[in-house]
Design a protein around this ligand. Structure first.
Ligand code: SF4
Length: 77
């Protein structure tokens, strides 16, 4: 069974955009991306994509912002 987030193919975080932070990327992948629905559904990038249809490129999975704050900051509403 595939436990990956449905966004892994296009997600820059999953695909190593944080090149100088390999451990951080690995940690995100384990904590969110490949942890099955209960885990990737906690990712703010995943949540933003579900709610707004887009995800800001620099939003981190563990962002402390609420979805409302994300919408305001990135003009998603
Ligand atoms: S869990 Fe988050 S960081 Fe990982 S692939 Fe999905 S949207 Fe990207």
């Amino acid at each position: 069974m595939n436990n990956n987030c449905p966004n892994v193919e296009k997600c820059p975080i999953f695909n190593g955009v944080l090149k100088d932070r390999k451990m951080t990327t690995k940690s995100y992948q384990m904590q969110y991306c490949s942890g099955g629905e209960p885990q990737y559904s906690k990712c703010k990038r995943y949540q933003s994509k579900v709610k707004f249809g887009v995800c800001p490129s620099d939003l981190l999975p563990n962002s402390l912002m609420t979805l409302d704050q994300i919408a305001l900051k990135y003009g998603l509403k």
